[in-house]
Structures are given as C-alpha cells and as structure tokens.
Ligand binder design. Structure first.
Ligand code: NAD
Length: 260
C-alpha cells in the first residue's frame, strides 16, 4: 500500500483519466476526494469506490469558481483531516483554427486549466503548509505542454502554462516538503478525445480513421493510444515519491510521441 493514510483530492475525477487515478489511489490505501463539476457523476464515482470498501467522498466543484474551490477543499479537510495529494486534472478541449476561435472559448479553456490549477493549488497548499506534513501536487499536462498541434491554441497555451506554475510551486513548496510535478500524456481514449475525432474530421475534411491514424497516433513508436491506467500509474509514482529529489519535473507518457 503506497498511499496508506494519505488523502488525495483529484479534480475532474468523475470521468476518464481522473477517475482511473481515483481508483488506483484508493486501491493503494488513499482516502479519495472526487472533485468534479458533474455532481451526480462525482457522487456515483465515490459510491463505486465505497462499494469496494475504499474511503471516498465527492465534492461538487467548478474549479474556475473561487468560492466553490475554497468550500469544496474545506469540506474535504473537515471530513478527512487534511489534503496530502492534489491532482489538478479537470480539463476540456475546443477545436478551432485561430481565425475562428471565439474569445469566450479561449477564456473558458484557460480558466478551467489555469485558474483551476491555481485555485486548487492555493487552497490545498495552505492546508499542507499548516499541517507541516509536506504534500504532492500533480498537474495533468499533456504532450501539448511540450509541443503544439494545429486547432488547439488555448489548450496548448494552457498546458505549457502548467509547467510554469508547477516550477514555481516546486520552488516555493520545497521548504515545506511540498513537491509539484506534471504528467504529460499522449492521446488517451476518454470522452474528451472521443468528442474531438468527428470534430477534427469535419474541420480537416478527412475520415475519422485518418484523424486517429495520421494525426493522433502518427508520431507514436507503435501506433497505440496511451491508457488511463498508464497515466494513473505515473501519478501514483509521483504521489508516492516523498522527497524533494523529484520535484519541478514533467514526465511524458505518450508511446514515444514526444521524446526529450
Ligand atoms: P474527461 O472529459 O473524461 O474528464 C474531464 C473531467 O473534468 C470531467 O469529469 C468533467 O466534468 C471535469 N470538468 C470539466 N470542467 C470542469 C470544471 N470547470 N470544474 C471541475 N471539473 C471539470 O477527460 P480526460 O481525457 O480524462 O481529461 C482529464 C485531463 O487529462 C484534462 O486536463 C486533459 O486535458 C488531460 N489530458 C487528456 C488527454 C487525452 O488524450 N484524453 C491527453 C493529455 C491530457
């Protein structure tokens, strides 16, 4: 049990990558807080975990809303005694060429990815500092934290921004033994990606199969999708590594799409 007695709050964990992180963390002994915009799906995920005799609760939270983040984190601290691990994972994707990108979509995506990462970091790090037991903050970045793809201006901008935030948190958090790291997945077949396949096919005038083969997986070493479990295992590695030796880093898990 790598996370015995740890409390992990995971945003965007009612679906996809965050949900698998919650399952893996719970199986490793963590008490898990499912923090998602979708209240019904959050509670259903928490209930699934409780049915397996794990400790889990849900808090409904729009990560762009300061009051909801503050109250959701307080609720979790009250129930579970504190937060040891934050995974800032909530995210969305919009597909537009820049000349057609509505300003409100640009602002919304940056708010979810960047305001959300800041607000949840601030709320959880205050508790980590106060309790003096250190902590681990993990951001779900992307290969798009490292390189660009067409049609994804706000997403690529935000994912690059998370690396900057992570590095500041790593420097400020060090004296409190709070580490910060970024996971950078390649394409994972979650609802976020399923939605993009027909959208990109339409925008680019190609088939959905071509989107997958010639865009999403073109530069991987083996033409394979990354899985939710691949990403959750990297999150577990960061969360369980409890010294400042591993902080301020970003790790790409993408079947070799991006190599450093
Ligand atoms: P998903 O759509 O399956 O899950 C995203 C979750 O975030 C949903 O449960 C949604 O309700 C929640 N969410 C959205 N807006 C929110 C808000 N304002 N406040 C709180 N919760 C909110 O998507 P996913 O693929 O699991 O994505 C999770 C993260 O992984 C995102 O940050 C995404 O950018 C990143 N990522 C995904 C891939 C991929 O290929 N799927 C690759 C790299 C990075």
């Amino acid at each position: 049990m790598k996370l015995q007695n740890k409390v992990a709050l995971i945003t965007g964990s009612a679906s996809g990558i965050g949900k698998r992180m919650a399952e893996v963390f719970a199986a490793e002994g963590a008490k898990v807080v499912i923090a998602d915009l979708d209240a019904k799906a959050s509670e259903a995920t928490a209930q699934e975990l409780r049915n397996k005799k794990y400790e889990a609760m849900s808090v409904a939270m729009d990560v762009t809303n300061e009051d909801q983040v503050e109250s959701g984190v307080s609720e979790a601290i009250k129930a579970f005694g504190g937060i040891d691990i934050l995974i800032s994972n909530a995210g969305v994707q919009f597909i537009y060429p820049i000349e057609e990108l509505p300003f409100d979509k640009w602002k919304k995506l940056l708010a979810i990815q960047l305001d959300g990462a800041f607000l949840t970091t601030r709320a959880c790090i205050r508790d980590m500092y106060k309790r003096g037991k250190g902590g681990s903050i993990i951001y779900t970045g992307s290969v798009h934290s490292k390189e660009a793809s067409a049609l994804k201006a706000p997403y690529v901008t935000a994912k690059h921004g998370l690396i900057g935030l992570c590095e500041v948190v790593a420097k400020e958090g060090a004296k409190h033994n709070v580490r910060a790291n970024v996971i950078c997945p390649g394409y994972v077949r979650t609802p976020l990606v399923e939605k993009q396949i027909p959208e990109q096919a339409k925008t680019l005038g190609i088939s959905e199969a071509d989107v997958v083969k010639n865009i999403f997986l073109k530069d991987t070493v083996d033409g394979e999708f990354t899985t939710v479990d691949d990403v959750a295992q990297v999150a577990l590695f960061f969360a369980a590594f409890d010294t400042n030796a591993l902080t301020g880093q970003s790790l790409v898990v993408s079947h070799g799409w991006y190599m450093q």
